[in-house]
Design a protein around this ligand. Structure first.
Ligand code: ADP
Length: 191
């Protein structure tokens, strides 16, 4: 199996690149943000609980997202690989993911991190907020909070995968095609 973590701060372009990667490499896309937003839209108990945190730009509890990922892995027994987008977001989530994959007798192949300046992130998110309808993209202070959550809780995961020799940082500025080319350049030699 080929299991990729596409990593980076909010607005780094993970969703955009994931869409192309699933087609090129025949992978299943697991985005915890998308799954949570569909729970919110369905007004499930989980969605109602998560909405308040998401609207403020805070992370939802680890056990909630770990449970969601576990279910999605079980739902896709014939997948030849996964892209994890927006997960893991804490070291506890990374450890849980490693354990879940171990149970399936597989593991993370690599983590590719898209690096984008904070100024560019804020510009992209505010622009997306004009059309996405996402409350968390429409307010500068909520965006700042998401970047802060990323810096304090999520960025340290780099160390977890560096220690396993799986961490690949990439320039995330440029055109969508240029960035896709850079990502493919890292994946193609190992797939
Ligand atoms: P972004 O576009 O900022 O990368 P996502 O769409 O991935 O954001 O996630 C939106 C929100 O959903 C986050 O701000 C957070 O509240 C929640 N969320 C998504 N994934 C996770 C996760 N793995 N752990 C905790 N909270 C999460």
């Amino acid at each position: 199996m080929f299991n990729l973590i596409l990593f980076g701060p909010p607005g780094a372009g993970k969703g955009t690149q994931s869409e192309r990667l699933i087609t090129k490499y025949n992978l299943v896309h697991l985005s915890t943000g998308d799954i949570l937003r569909s729970e919110v839209a369905a007004q499930s108990a989980l969605g109602i609980r998560a909405k308040e945190l998401m609207d403020q730009g805070d992370l939802v509890p680890d056990e909630v997202v770990i449970g969601m990922i576990k279910t999605k892995l079980q739902d896709n027994p014939t997948a030849t690989g996964f892209i994890f987008d927006g997960f893991p977001r804490t070291t506890a989530q990374a450890e849980a993911l490693d354990a879940l994959l171990r149970d399936l007798e597989t593991s993370i192949t690599m983590m590719i991190a898209l690096e984008v300046s904070e100024e560019e992130l804020i510009t992209r998110l505010l622009k997306r907020g004009e059309s996405s309808g996402r409350t968390d993209d429409q307010d500068r202070s909520i965006i700042q909070n998401r970047i802060e959550e990323y810096t304090t809780k999520t960025a340290p995961i780099k160390d977890h995968y560096s220690a396993q020799d799986k961490f690949h940082p990439l320039e995330g500025m440029g055109t969508i095609d240029e960035i896709f080319g850079r990502i493919s350049g890292v994946i193609d030699p190992v797939i």
